[in-house]
Design a protein around this ligand. Sequence first.
Ligand code: ZN
Length: 355
Amino acid sequence: MLAYGARRSVQGYVWQPAIEAIDREALAVLQLRKLQRQIQRVRAGSKFYAEKLVAFGLESWQPTSLAELDRLPVTTHAELVRAFEAAGDPAGGRLLVDPEEVDTILVPASPSTDAPPVFGFLNSNDRAEQVESLVRFFCMLGVHGADVVQVLSWGHEPMVALYAGGLGGTGAYAAPSVADYLGVHVVGMEIAPGEAWRTVATARLLHPKGIFANLEHLRAMQEILAKEQRTPPSLGYDFVVIRETSLTALGELADLRRVWETPVFFMLDCAGALFTAMDCGAGRGLHVWEDLFYVESTDEAGRRQNGAVGGYLTVTSLTPGAARLLRYQTRLSVKLDFNACPCGRTHARICGEAN
Ligand SMILES: [Zn+2]
């Protein structure tokens, strides 16, 4: 199904050149076909979206262009919370599959931004898609073969156990993990800053090629190393990826590169929308996978904005899964670049925060 692409990009490899470097006209055709299927799917299976389509006179609507998606008002977090509270089911009427097909429920990562809770739901399609996204990012980093990589996540996240490695191995229950696809060794670790001493000790023992952690954890590692009168470069990482749920830490990249003396990449993880973006090393923004998501920037009223002007990152899932989101307006203020990246990939990039 998946072919490990031989083409070198700026930093690493391209996993799926036929998709990642697809001609944009062909991408638009692909996206429209997927969008049409998604509208049919939510109309038939999602109480939440079926009612929304009726409410806006779209009960028999089939978009004939991507621009026509504007007819569907954006989905806001507040709207999901209302549906969650009114529907009497944890999915707020968004579930598209039989509840028995759901095998993972995502608890909101941050009570401060997601309260009251809006849960995420995963079936095998969702997991396979998350793994596909991550495999592409690992290839960007040049991770392959028997490389060892430390991947940190919060205990309640499926990042380590289900996506990157660990329990996500081949079997009847779980989809193959990133480690299965690439043959790499993923060392899963707890991201809580109090665990930073363990991350440092493990790095000394296993000499990993790189690490995925958040800014807080990296800073905690720096403190431990400083107390030991050692430096971050002494751990020998070839790369560092900071994985964050907002773009705030983008401003720290230059300092991190100076302190860690290694390429530092940024991964944006909107876990609630199952949406991830990461930079490729060309310094032109965070790659989005547009075969999986249609992305826009919208203003407060939900109107589409020019990508260069920017607005709230608004994502439409284009693939099957347990509970899809259409035109989900995040609170992330972004600019979007739809021009090809020097790395050869043609999908859109998040190129910083909107003014
Ligand atoms: Zn690129």
